[in-house]
Design a protein around this ligand. Structure first.
Ligand SMILES: [Fe+2]
Length: 250
């Protein structure tokens, strides 16, 4: 209080003529700051609410970070960037579909239509994750691994299996090639998947996944799918593949 009175006296002494103007300016400044604070608080609240809605809507599945794939020498960065963006689209669509299905009547036509196409989005997301996860530069196959030995046990040789897998990848159409392991019969299958969701083998676990949609190779390899498949095999993360197999046989 004493300092306010002293301040007033000083102000009166030095700026008597302009004192009203100074008071007016000071209160104007306070009003201005109040407005700024109000706008800031409003903006903060709206953002908080928007974030809350977004989290509810899209946080169930999170897109993984695959930026390290851009360092693989044999694949164009632009191709890989586009492929990762496409994958992120599947993740967004899965979250959106879940959100929509939660909100609408399950007897409605829309709900039924969404459920019919849900596997396309979901499998599209999961298959891309398996595919990206089994890609890495400079990982050699361990010939002493359980996976290698099991492949040799079932197929004539490791190369015979590779040849069969590659030929499966040359089937006309868009889809995936999956090396499945049948947990019950303890045997592998090289399977062709149409689009993302058709032909999957029940109770079989994906061990190696290869994308043969045209977007996986067209911009770099043109129509030369064979070359793309060879490059894919050159960059398989065999450590990840063996790990998947060993997890299944535990
Ligand atoms: Fe893809």
């Amino acid at each position: 209080m004493i300092s306010i009175i002293s301040f007033k006296i000083l102000m009166k002494f030095f700026f008597e003529e302009n004192l009203d103007k100074i008071y007016y300016g000071f209160f104007e400044f306070l009003n201005f700051m109040k407005k700024i604070l109000f706008i800031f608080l409003m903006s903060f609240s709206v953002n908080l609410f928007a974030q809350y809605l977004t989290v509810e809507k899209s946080n169930l599945y999170m897109a993984k970070n695959y930026s390290y794939l851009l360092t693989i020498d044999d694949f164009d960065k632009s191709l890989m960037k586009m492929h990762i963006t496409l994958y992120e689209g599947y993740v967004n669509n899965v979250n959106l579909r879940i959100d929509q299905l939660d909100k609408i009547d399950s007897s409605s036509r829309l709900s039924k239509a969404l459920k019919k196409t849900f596997a396309f989005e979901f499998d599209g997301m999961k298959l891309h994750e398996l595919y990206f996860d089994n890609l890495k530069q400079d990982i050699k196959i361990n010939r002493k691994s359980k996976f290698y030995k099991k492949i040799e046990e079932q197929f004539e040789s490791f190369d015979t299996w590779i040849n069969d897998f590659k030929n499966t990848g040359m089937i006309r159409g868009i889809g995936w090639v999956i090396l499945y392991f049948d947990v019950n019969e303890k045997r592998f299958f090289n399977a062709w998947i149409d689009e993302h969701q058709i032909n999957h083998l029940i109770e079989c676990v994906p061990i190696l996944v290869m994308d043969v949609f045209e977007h996986a190779y067209l911009t770099q390899f043109g129509l030369n799918r064979k070359k793309y498949i060879d490059i894919f095999f050159k960059n398989i993360n065999w450590y990840e593949v063996s790990k998947r197999y060993e997890k299944v046989i535990k």
